[in-house]
Design a protein around this ligand. Structure first.
Ligand code: SF4
Ligand code: FES
Length: 373
């Protein structure tokens, strides 16, 4: 009879689950899901040896294990720390963790430019999300940020090193997926940068995947740069019979046009399968693909905005409870002269123009002038 596998108990933010030995705290937290899961900017499930660089996933271990329930003296990187039986972990329930995470984000933003309005990664950037949740409104850094020239790493990829947070994911993709790495992290400390050193092109058939794994906008798709914003595009799952990769992708449409092709990502923003350059850069007609249907997008993502197929209005309970309709306390037109009383801005299905904002006062003045003439 097969021996039953022993599972470890772990409690994260007061939720206890059982996991297999060898599971990391981050993986266990992902099994619980939701806010309990620490953010991860450098860990990537599919890449061996990833994690341990960015420190965004720090957690507090309040009890090491049942055998040794002492707390760990410092916060630990959850992506690189394995669960012990009876471990108690605090993530969002720990003030220390929240404080440290704010500090980590502040450090990541020391050199990262706040150019989200013109960055292609905006709307799907993990650092953008993180800075909304943990960033401060100002910086305490008084020195100039590091600046680099943008340069093309071959025909498909552009490197904007100023945005890089040195997570090493692209280096690991080149090592583990393409098997032919010509770029890496050069120099150390404040001088560390991603480069090819002798301006080589990244030309492997699977090198396009570095774009998908980059958590910020440092590596972008040259065939898509500045063509559109992701929240205007409609992601659709599609596949094709590809001799090189599995051929399962997401097509990003605006109208009938496919603007870009990416790997399919899971809820943690990690690709499910690596895709080849032919699928990514050279097959951008609908006729190249078998369409499966709309991609499921998290409703909190900006990409899901404006893509409702059917609006479901919540049931109005006020009338039922009170036995009457809510009383209109104030008509805005009694108070404001922003627009004419017959102009109801909320009922437009277009953006208002200057014409709609003619005030009653301006109209009266106009009338008076007209009468004089
Ligand atoms: S270029 Fe992107 S993927 Fe590569 S190390 Fe920098 S942030 Fe990470
Ligand atoms: S995700 Fe754990 S250190 Fe970066």
């Amino acid at each position: 009879m097969a021996e039953e596998k022993k599972l470890f108990n772990v409690t994260i933010d007061n939720i206890t689950i059982q996991v297999e030995p060898g599971t990391t705290i981050l993986q266990a937290a992902r099994q619980i899901g939701g806010d309990v899961t620490p953010p991860a900017m450098c860990y990537y499930t599919k890449l061996q040896g990833s994690g341990g660089k960015c420190r965004t996933c720090l957690v507090e271990v309040a009890a090491g294990s049942t055998a040794d329930p002492r707390p760990m003296p410092k916060l630990v990187a959850s992506c690189r720390t394995a669960i012990m039986d009876g471990m108690v972990v605090k993530n969002i329930t720990s003030e220390k963790v929240m404080d440290a995470r704010n500090g980590v984000v502040e450090f990541l933003l020391i050199n990262h430019p706040l150019d989200c309005p013109i960055c292609d990664q905006a709307g799907e950037c993990h650092l953008q999300d993180l800075s909304y949740e943990h960033g401060t409104e100002g910086t305490r850094f008084e020195f100039p940020k590091r600046l680099f020239e943008k340069y093309d790493l071959g025909p498909y990829i552009q490197l904007h090193m100023t945005r890089c947070i040195l997570c090493y994911r692209c280096v690991q993709v080149a090592d583990q997926v393409t098997g032919k790495r010509v770029h890496g992290v050069l120099d150390r400390g404040d001088h560390a940068q991603i480069a090819t050193y002798i301006e080589k092109a990244l030309d492997n058939e699977f090198i396009g995947n570095v774009i998908d794994v980059c958590p910020v906008g440092a590596l972008t798709d040259r065939t898509f740069r500045f063509k559109n914003r992701v929240w205007f595009l409609k992601p659709v799952d599609a596949h094709r019979d590809c001799p090189t990769c599995k051929g399962e992708v997401t097509l990003w449409y605006r109208g009938d046009e496919v603007f870009r092709v990416t790997g399919r990502k899971d809820q943690w923003g990690e690709v499910k399968d690596w895709i080849c350059n032919t699928c990514r850069f050279h097959t951008k007609r609908t006729s190249d693909w078998v369409i499966e249907g709309p991609t499921k997008v998290n409703r909190h993502s900006v990409i899901s905005q404006g893509h409702y197929t059917k609006l479901k209005k919540p049931e109005e309970t006020f009338d039922k409870l009170m036995g009457r309709s809510p009383k209109l306390l104030l008509d805005i037109h009694d108070e404001s002269e922003v627009n004419l009383p017959e102009v109801r801005l909320s009922e437009f299905n277009r953006p208002p123009t200057a014409e709609d904002y003619i005030t009653t006062k301006a109209l009266t003045e106009g009338k008076e002038k007209g009468e004089e003439n």
